[in-house]
Design a protein around this ligand. Structure first.
Ligand code: BGC
Length: 851
């Protein structure tokens, strides 16, 4: 592992804590040293200040000293100023920041690799350090409630927020989430896990009704929260936007009761930011904090609509979290620090990036590269790389080192050729100039506007337009609230080759050029709530210079969201691919960087690499047999060029480490330590009930999770489907053997068995292996998965080194949720145990006998 010379990762983080003047925060957030001191007079008078008492007793004591009005203030405070009436009780204002991968909205912070990249490390120690570092920075910036980690299960890779959470497996999500939450809370802050529950897509997110079985909730969607609460000590949870079986999640007493009673939340439940639904019903159902719903009616607390005991319970839960986290006892700095990132945190981001990067293919051992080779770097590998998911988890990466610069620093500028090749998944320039000809021969396009969304009847208005370009409202006057429009004419491109078209819009649009449908989809947003990029809808087609072709653009207000009617038609007529091909020909090896945009409120349209990036890879690989593809993507992509690229790295979004970690891996200064926390589908049809991401076809109604518990690799096993790459997969620069597999029954409390295996590094380089333990069907007639991850262990070994790792199998893993009895059932009998290096590559290890 690379870290400042002579320093362990843990020390590196500790140094950064001290540098911020917060050395005491490493003591797990719970009162420690102060507990031994005698009671002061003030403490005797104010018993809740007695740090020797438990958080629960302190909360009760403070509650007794509060008026009912003060309790209402605690439950409804939104702004810092709202908390003023609580100051005399020592209750700090609760300041909130989105923090799933760093601090959103702040500068001078560390943008860490995205959470699904962290999951790909399969390293819970690293995850705790990641959480600790974010917690340190949060306190430095004056935040004591961290909105994160995000524990939404990756049911469908088209989800626009896929990269904000920890992949498809409940156990990986739970162990990672627990570690991050624990790291956060070491810093006297509260971790607010999100989003409870079944928030797995952006299409229709505020109104969607998710029809899901109780068994799937218990086995797939709840466990990560339970781990983070019970093992990670998380003190708060955020409710989700959708409805669950007909009731908004934040109003659903059934699931809130499960959260508090069965999953063990002792702290408080808040809502997400302005969910649809009824504020009073939310509090009545068990929401404790209205901090993200400024419109909660205060009078409802006193006019009988909300029972008084419910308000007191909510206030008690918030106080409990304040005491248990240490936030009550350790006030925030009065002046937030301008810069909280440190060299150690930047190094931690880089190490996370290296350990997250998955080597998907490495034909002929092309990687790692020799520094003596000339290298053509192609694609968005500069400041235009994707560093993070846009929306409420977007973190400013600051002035990060780009991949091109990091590669130049290693190979020497003289050996590095750069060619842009593709702009990646970005908005393009607006179409301008005299390229359009209307059917009557005049410059521009003929536009017709219709009532309703389906171009029906006679046009209400017609005009000639220079381009399609309107925002925040209708392009012509007199249109009804729902309308559609069609622009027709011819377009004459200035160049020959691949022409990219794209559109920024709020609504639905279809573009047909020379008979080819270039795009046909919708956008809710034109640009992100947070983040620097725009959510372009796009496609590509081949045209000939000077040859006019028919063009038809259709727009409807159907899915117009945030911006109201808006659309701009853009293009990139000059392909950058030919120049990249020439550059690739001159180099020993070509490394092509490609990316995709994802963000909150926008799902991916499909699993294809956007724009002209597939064409770029094909063209480069055709002239340079030693082509490496670096996928700077949110998650799975289809790879039609896989047979032609020699090596492929899945790099995810890596925040500030976007360039440095990849350069280290390309040259073997670091190993690609990642394994896939999600299955990569082989086509658009694989996986649980897919929908077309950008198309809000589930927006107005519901979506049924008819796959039940068969999410991720469990779906593939059940359907005997072969994915492109399985869950848990990843190659290494070295090789490993697994010997002496042994299953030992324990039958003690929750520990059912232990699985041990001797791992040996059989190659010539130091590297890390992720040993995965799966269990087979349970001994029951009830349908259970053919394989379920029971545990994993990451081990780093030198060449020839061997180590025996032991992975516990819990009783819960050997159980299923019985819907008729409404409880966990652990069937007795024998269960097969497998050890492997992916969900598709396992070896039988023995059985565990359940009594
Ligand atoms: C997101 C949450 C986020 C909140 C506050 C919402 O739109 O869904 O994840 O924490 O905004 O920024």
């Amino acid at each position: 592992m690379n870290r400042p010379r002579g320093m362990t990762r843990r020390e590196a983080v500790a140094v950064s804590v001290a540098a911020l003047g917060g050395a005491a925060v490493m003591t797990a957030g719970l009162p420690t040293a102060a507990a031994a001191a005698p009671l002061t007079a003030a403490e005797a008078d104010r018993p809740w200040q007695d740090r020797r008492k438990s958080a629960a007793r302190r909360a009760d004591a403070l509650l007794e000293a509060m008026t009912f009005e003060e309790q209402v203030v605690l439950v409804t405070a939104v702004e810092v100023a709202d908390s003023k009436p609580l100051e005399h009780l020592g209750i700090p204002a609760m300041t909130r920041v989105d923090a799933s991968d760093g601090l959103r909205g702040d500068t001078g912070v560390t943008a860490f690799p995205a959470p699904n990249a962290l999951a790909a490390t399969f390293d819970t120690d690293l995850a705790e350090e990641y959480g600790t570092a974010i917690g340190v920075e949060a306190r430095g910036k004056g935040w004591n409630v961290l909105l994160g980690p995000t524990l939404d299960i990756d049911r469908n890779p088209r989800n626009g927020r896929e990269s904000e959470a920890y992949g498809e497996d409940p156990l990986v999500s739970g162990l990672m989430g627990a570690a991050v939450a624990k790291g956060f809370q070491k810093n006297d802050v509260i971790a607010q896990l999100k989003h409870f529950t079944v928030y797995n897509q952006e299409a229709g997110r505020n109104s969607l009704d998710v029809i899901v079985s109780e068994r799937a909730l218990r086995e797939v969607y709840y466990p990560a929260f339970e781990h983070a609460i019970r093992d990670g000590g998380a003190l708060s949870v955020m409710g989700s936007y959708p409805k669950v079986n007909g009731v908004y999640a934040c109003q659903d007493e059934h699931i809130i009761t499960a959260l508090k009673q069965d999953l063990g939340l002792k702290g408080y439940l808040g809502t997400d930011y302005y969910p649809s639904g009824d504020r009073v019903e939310e509090i009545k159902a068990g929401v404790d904090s209205a901090a993200l719903t400024p419109d909660t009616p205060k009078e409802a607390f006193t006019d009988g609509r909300i029972p008084k005991e419910r308000t007191t319970d909510a206030a008690r839960r918030i106080l409990y979290a304040l005491f248990a986290s240490g936030a009550y006892d350790n006030p925030l700095p009065t002046v937030p620090a301008a810069t909280v990132t440190t060299d150690a945190h930047q190094a931690l981001a880089r190490i996370t990036g290296e350990q997250a990067t998955v080597l998907l293919k490495n034909a002929g051992g092309l990687l790692p590269l020799s520094k003596r080779k000339t290298i053509a770097v192609i694609g968005p590998a500069g400041k235009d790389a994707m560093t993070g998911v846009e929306g409420s988890s977007y973190v400013d990466p600051g002035d990060f080192t780009t991949a091109v610069d990091a590669i130049r620093a290693k190979a020497g500028a003289g050996r590095v050729l750069f060619s842009q090749g593709s702009l990646g998944d970005v908005a393009l320039p607006t179409i301008s100039g005299d390229v359009f000809t209307a059917p009557d021969g005049s410059p521009g396009l003929h536009a017709e506007f219709f009532a309703g969304e389906f171009f029906a009847g006679d046009p209400l208005a017609a005009t000639t337009a220079a381009n399609v370009d309107f925002r925040w409202g209708n392009p012509v006057s007199g249109l009804p609230s729902t309308w559609s429009a069609r622009w027709t004419g011819r377009i004459t491109p200035p160049t020959t080759g691949w022409v990219r078209f794209s559109s920024l819009l709020s609504g639905a649009a279809k573009l047909v050029v020379d008979g080819v449908t270039v795009f046909d989809n919708s956008r809710f947003l034109w640009d992100s709530f947070f983040g620097p990029k725009e959510c372009a809808l796009g496609g590509v087609t081949q045209l000939t210079a000077g040859k006019p072709v028919d063009i038809t653009v259709e727009y409807t207000t159907k899915d117009a969201g945030f911006y109201g009617p808006s659309m701009k038609l853009c293009w990139q007529p000059d392909s950058l691919i030919p120049a990249a091909v020439e550059t690739a020909k001159k180099a020993d090896v070509a490394v092509v960087f490609v990316n995709n945009y994802t963000g909150e409120a926008i799902d991916r349209d499909d699993l294809a690499l956007p724009g002209d990036q597939n064409q770029l890879i094909d063209a480069v690989a055709a002239v340079n047999p030693d082509t490496v593809v670096v996928l700077n993507t949110s998650g799975p992509m289809l790879m039609p060029w896989l047979g032609r690229a020699k090596s492929v790295l899945q790099a995810w979004y890596q925040g500030a480490a976007t360039g440095t970690s990849i350069a280290n891996i390309l040259y073997g200064d670091a190993e690609p330590g990642g394994r896939l926390p999600v299955t990569f589908p082989a086509n658009e049809e694989q996986g649980p009930s897919t929908y077309r991401g950008g198309k809000n076809d589930s927006a107005n109604g519901g979506i049924t999770y008819d796959e039940g518990i068969y999410v991720g690799y469990k779906w593939y096993d059940k359907h005997h489907a072969k994915p492109l790459f399985p869950f848990g997969y990843g190659l290494s620069y070295t090789s490993f053997s697994h010997d002496h597999l042994r299953v030992t029954d324990r039958g003690r409390g929750d520990l059912a068995a232990e699985v041990s295996v001797e791992v040996r590094n059989t190659g010539r380089r130091t590297g890390s292996d992720v040993v995965q333990v799966y269990i087979g069907h349970l001994p029951t007639n009830v349908d259970t998965p053919a394989k379920k991850l029971a545990g994993f262990a990451k081990v780093t070994l030198k060449p020839g080194e061997r180590r025996t790792v032991s992975v516990p199998v819990t009783r819960r893993t050997l159980s299923y949720w019985d819907e008729s009895e409404n409880r966990w059932v652990t069937p007795s009998g024998k269960v097969s145990v497998y050890v492997g290096s992916s969900a598709a590559d396992v070896e039988y290890a023995g059985t565990v006998t359940v009594k």
